[in-house]
Design a protein around this ligand. Structure first.
Ligand SMILES: [Zn+2]
Ligand SMILES: [Zn+2]
Length: 284
């Protein structure tokens, strides 16, 4: 059976509701699905109930956005404890940080001749979520960017080296790893690609990183192989997913279509049980 451990709903910047994603998973024969919205877990409860109803195993997750000097670093958190008060406190702080960051990006775009009100960007999302995908949609809707050249225009203005790029506010990569562990979850480095140095990852392993997302649509075969080898050599777990947001030419693979070994789910669950048993052991 297929598994997909990285998808986004319309609670962050995806196009489909959490329930629609679970229905899609069911239709595609996906046995386990992790909902990993950006800096938000608001979609998890409805994904869990849809999963129960439809017989799809849903893993509660989140994807935290952070930066280092030359790259973005995204940390996935699997099996986070939804009842943790600290979790909701930090995610609220990140939501505010996203709005401040979006306002700053819009100020920079205005200086480049693109006047886009923040209220308009907010109206394209739900629950006060803002992000670059929404800003890009606003740019396209207002005629400032070409939808058929998404990759080029997105990177030109909003990519890490883009003209209006602003770093994420709130958490450092190290904070994100600690935060996921403190929330009872399993921290995994998302899509490391080719820009993140091994030495930096070693530091994250030192503070509790448990795995690396080697299977990702942006990874070439060579990149996947590199991360599979590294992951194995460091005793970490491998994860993978489609990073699905929407049915579009930019995401031709779609939900559940990346070949990800289903044995990963068992390994992930074992890591989670280990972390939660350590957390619940009373100290002497
Ligand atoms: Zn990501
Ligand atoms: Zn993602």
């Amino acid at each position: 059976m297929a598994v997909d451990l990285h998808v986004h709903s319309n609670v962050s910047d995806g196009a489909h509701s959490p329930r629609e994603l679970v229905l899609m998973a069911k239709a595609r024969g996906v046995s386990a699905l992790a909902l990993t919205d950006h800096d938000s877990v608001l979609g998890v409860p409805s994904a869990l109930s849809a999963g129960e109803e439809l017989g799809v195993s849903v893993i509660p997750g989140v994807e935290l956005s952070t930066d280092i000097e030359n790259a973005e670093v995204h940390i996935l958190g699997f099996y986070i404890d939804m009842t943790s008060a600290k979790l909701h406190e930090v995610l609220d702080m990140l939501k505010k940080g996203r709005q401040e960051r979006s306002a700053e990006i819009l100020r920079r775009l205005k200086a480049l001749g693109m006047d886009i009100p923040l209220e308009y960007v907010l109206s394209l999302g739900k629950e006060g979520f803002t992000g670059r995908n929404q800003i890009f949609r606003a740019m396209v809707n207002l005629g400032f960017a070409r939808p058929d050249k998404r990759y080029g225009d997105f990177q030109r203005y909003l990519g890490k080296k883009g003209l209006a790029y602003v770093e994420h506010r709130g958490l450092s990569p190290e904070d994100a790893v600690r935060f996921v562990r403190d929330s009872g979850g399993v921290p995994v480095l998302a899509h490391p690609g080719t820009d993140i140095p091994f030495s930096f990852i070693e530091d994250l392993i030192g503070i509790g990183l448990e795995g690396i997302e080697a299977y990702h649509p942006t990874h070439s075969k060579k990149t996947t192989k590199k991360w599979l080898k590294f992951t194995k050599s460091r005793g970490l777990i491998v994860t993978g997913g489609s990073d699905f947001h929407n049915v579009s030419p930019e995401e031709p693979l779609g939900l559940g279509s990346l070949p990800v070994p289903d044995s990963i789910v068992l390994e992930l669950t074992q890591r989670w049980l280990k972390i939660s048993s350590v957390q619940s052991t009373p100290s002497c």
